[in-house]
Design a protein around this ligand. Structure first.
Ligand code: PAF
Length: 282
């Protein structure tokens, strides 16, 4: 595996691979865990060469403390990636990705209104910042396929939207949520949980799973309340939101018949850590 720390090193690394058939990209912010590894293994199996990017993107953090405390574990990440068959690890500096300096990136993206719900209003600027870095990565790496996890359900929908809107000639590969044996969705932020919070956190998936059986039996509003109360009954957890949404438009629904595909998504604090999860209801 070649480790490229600058864009020049990346170009040289890519050149050294010669003519590549299908090039895969797995964008990450590092602090790799088994969830990332399922994406990476899939990319390695499906592509002729794979680039993993490891970059904690400042423009998508709306909370400076979250950015400062985001786990950075480059050495451990390399140890996981090397045996997985990854060809290039791109771990650039901020200045490489944002040469304009402290203005970082002023581009604003059409996100198709998909940022109006869920994470959007709670994390102002997050999805635009995410679009800034993901399009930069697409422009630099020029992958044929790019792999993203469904834990970030809204992010994935937004990426699919701008890839189509901006005519990127690549395929977005959706990868199912990877969970710990106790059901907790794998996330780099899990590393920040105390032992008590980590023991409580599987309660999120247990509570949202129960909503599957509520479809068509109780009202959408009652389902949201039951799930919220269930999570909040755990003293380590505090829901920020539970939304039941049209899985395609991400718009909240008030009735089960309002959309063919319905998803529940939530954000929950195990303070100060913020966890997100989602589940398909129908
Ligand atoms: O999902 C993430 O880890 C990030 O949002 C991404 C896609 C790597 C962009 O920084």
């Amino acid at each position: 595996m070649i480790i490229a720390k600058t864009l020049e090193e990346f170009d040289n690394a890519l050149g050294s691979l010669g003519k590549v058939g299908k090039l895969g990209l797995v964008p990450t912010m590092g602090a790799l865990h088994e969830g990332h590894m399922t994406l990476i293994r899939r990319a390695v199996a499906e592509c002729d060469a794979v680039v993993v990017s490891d970059f904690v993107n400042p423009t998508q953090f709306n909370n400076q403390n979250d950015f400062n405390t985001y786990p950075r574990t480059l050495e451990a990440d390399c140890a996981l990636l090397e045996p997985a068959g990854v060809n290039i690890l791109l771990c650039p500096r901020v200045i490489d990705m944002y040469p304009e300096g402290s203005g970082l990136d002023t581009r604003t993206f059409d996100l198709g209104g998909l940022d109006q719900y869920g994470e959007g209003p709670r994390r102002p600027g997050h999805f635009n910042g995410m679009a800034q870095i993901v399009t930069r990565l697409f422009d630099i790496v020029k992958p044929d396929l790019a792999y993203f996890g469904e834990k970030d359900f809204q992010q994935l929908a937004i990426i699919e939207y701008f890839v189509k809107n901006l005519n990127y000639p690549l395929t977005i590969v959706r990868c199912p949520i990877a969970r710990a044996a106790d059901g907790l969705a794998l996330s780099s932020r899990n590393k920040l949980l105390t032992a008590g919070q980590r023991a409580a956190a599987p309660h999120i998936y247990a509570a949202i799973s129960k909503a599957v059986d509520m479809v068509g039996k109780v009202s959408v509003a009652d389902a949201i309340k039951t799930v919220t109360d269930d999570i909040d009954s755990d003293s380590h957890l505090e829901t920020e939101y539970v939304e039941i949404i049209n899985a395609l438009t991400l718009e909240p629904v008030t009735d089960w018949s309002q959309a063919e595909h319905i998803q529940l998504s939530c954000a929950v604090y195990a303070r100060p850590v913020r966890l997100i999860d989602n589940i398909k209801l129908k």
